[in-house]
Write a protein that binds this ligand. Structure first.
Ligand code: A3P
Length: 336
């Protein structure tokens, strides 16, 4: 079943949204299904493996959410550095509003800075609440580029995407550890070997990983002013350069005076892994994702390193992922 796209550029009434919610139950029944990593089942929706609540979020977005030209989506596959980018984008755009020594990031943590779009949108009144947010609005999403309606992608629409990707070997290791922590105890244990095979086959939430990356990569080549394509490893190497790139892309370039005053370094320090990991809010706080998932903030801060896969995967496993990456990205011009 394909849900009818009424008018993706218009927020619609509660009644219309209610119809989409009702159709969702039927849609789920018709989709291909397999075991999930942190829920019993996940479903293949328009080429991406998603849990039911996120499919509802995607259909609500596709049918009812009204985007604005000033919107910026932070898009990523899970475990590629979303938390870091959230912190950076929030502190860059709000840098003249908040004092670095008494910054909301210090008290609320990165997760509360702006909505996890895919899960939040399915909550009651979320679309209205998001309609009421002032511009520019920031949203974090793990949805594939192909799931966004064409009106979002049209060069004339103005709305932008920041995309961050990461070496899939580190993504797998990070995701495996994260899922081990959040997987309900009622589900059978997922071993690293089982998870590895599933990941390689593309069978993990928001997967296949390579399709996710390629979707945004190709779009960034076509519309570089609309999609900023970033690599976690490069950002770790020279974060200052990327703070400036992000600021420029988001339409709030760092001025010469700000640079002289050390604003770039202050943002890098505020959002650094060590700093964020040790904040009380990130040690004890809880992120409520949608109405059904609650995750302790500390699970979003593990090692924050490049190449941690060496500590968890054999050389053969590493070579297998590299081969898949090479095959999938062949001819795209993308290397990781
Ligand atoms: P590891 O598990 O390899 O440590 P996401 O935010 O997309 O869920 O990604 C989580 C990954 O980013 C984790 O990787 C986490 O430790 C790392 N991370 C979190 N905050 C970071 C930061 N400020 N700088 C660099 N990496 C960070």
């Amino acid at each position: 079943m394909i849900l009818k796209n009424n008018n993706p550029n218009m927020s619609s009434s509660d009644d219309d949204q209610e119809k989409t919610r009702k159709q969702h139950a039927q849609l789920i029944k018709e989709l291909p299904k397999t075991g999930g990593w942190f829920q019993p089942d996940m479903f293949l929706y328009q080429g991406q493996w998603l849990i039911p609540n996120v499919i509802l979020g995607a259909t609500l977005m596709q049918n009812h959410f009204k985007h604005r030209s000033a919107d910026i989506f932070l898009s990523s596959f899970m475990k590629t550095g979303t938390t870091w980018l959230k912190s950076l984008m929030f502190s860059i755009i709000n840098r003249s509003r908040f004092d670095f020594s008494d910054h909301p990031l210090l008290h609320q943590g990165p997760q509360s800075c702006f909505p996890v779009f895919d899960a939040y949108i399915s909550q009651d009144h979320a679309i209205t609440n998001m309609d009421n947010l002032p511009s520019p609005r920031l949203f974090a999403s793990h949805l594939a580029y192909s799931l966004f309606p064409s009106t979002y992608k049209d060069p004339s629409s103005g709305c932008k995407f920041v995309y961050v990707c990461r070496d899939p070997k580190d993504v797998f290791v990070s995701k495996f550890h994260f899922m081990k922590n959040v997987r309900p105890k009622e589900l059978p244990v997922l071993s690293i070997n089982e998870a590895f095979e599933l990941f390689c086959e593309g069978l993990s939430e928001y997967g296949p990983y390579w399709d996710h990356v390629l979707g945004f990569w190709k779009a960034s080549l076509e519309s570089p002013n609309k999609i900023l394509f970033l690599r976690y490893e490069e950002m770790k190497r020279v974060p200052e350069v990327y703070v400036k790139k992000l600021a420029e892309f988001m339409g709030v370039p760092i001025s010469a005076e700000e640079e002289e005053n050390g604003v770039v370094e202050k943002i890098v320090e505020l959002c650094s892994f060590e700093h964020l990991k040790n904040l009380q809010v990130n040690k004890t706080g809880v992120l409520q994702i949608g109405s059904i998932i609650a995750v302790n903030n500390h699970h979003f801060f593990r090692r924050g390193e490049v190449g941690d896969w060496h500590n968890h995967l054999t050389k053969e496993m590493g070579a297998k992922i590299d081969q898949i990456t090479q095959d999938k990205f062949n001819g795209s011009g993308l290397t990781l």
